[in-house]
Design a binder for this molecule. Structure first.
Ligand SMILES: [Zn+2]
Length: 110
């Protein structure tokens, strides 16, 4: 026997696939198997169509967005005090030695 979900108003709202399942439940005791097979075939076709549609969609979704050419690599230097590697553009240079911050410049020049 069908549950309370399979009332006619509910079938209209839930769509074709669920209606097929409810149709099977309503006809479980009947001798007519062709109605059941009709819904099973319909459900199988919908599942195959959904699988093909998803398979074709996935490669498009997995492509990373292209943002032109990648930026050129930056020249890196090591801090003379702590050894941290950082871009040369951010370095504080004194007497030919590079420092990562003003504190290490002071500590390195002592
Ligand atoms: Zn440092």
């Amino acid at each position: 026997m069908a549950g309370p979900q399979c009332r006619p108003g509910t079938l209209r709202r839930l769509g074709i696939a669920h209606a097929g399942v409810c149709g099977i439940a309503l006809r479980a005791g009947s001798s007519s198997g062709s109605q059941r097979m009709k819904y099973l075939v319909l459900f199988a076709i919908l599942a195959v169509v959904f699988g093909v549609w998803r398979h074709r969609r996935e490669p498009v979704a997995q492509q990373p967005p292209r943002a032109g050419n990648p930026p050129p690599p930056q020249d890196m230097v090591a801090c003379a005090h702590c050894g941290l590697h950082f871009p040369r553009a951010d370095a504080i240079v004194q007497h030919g030695r590079a420092y990562c911050c003003a504190d290490h410049l002071r500590a390195g020049s002592l």
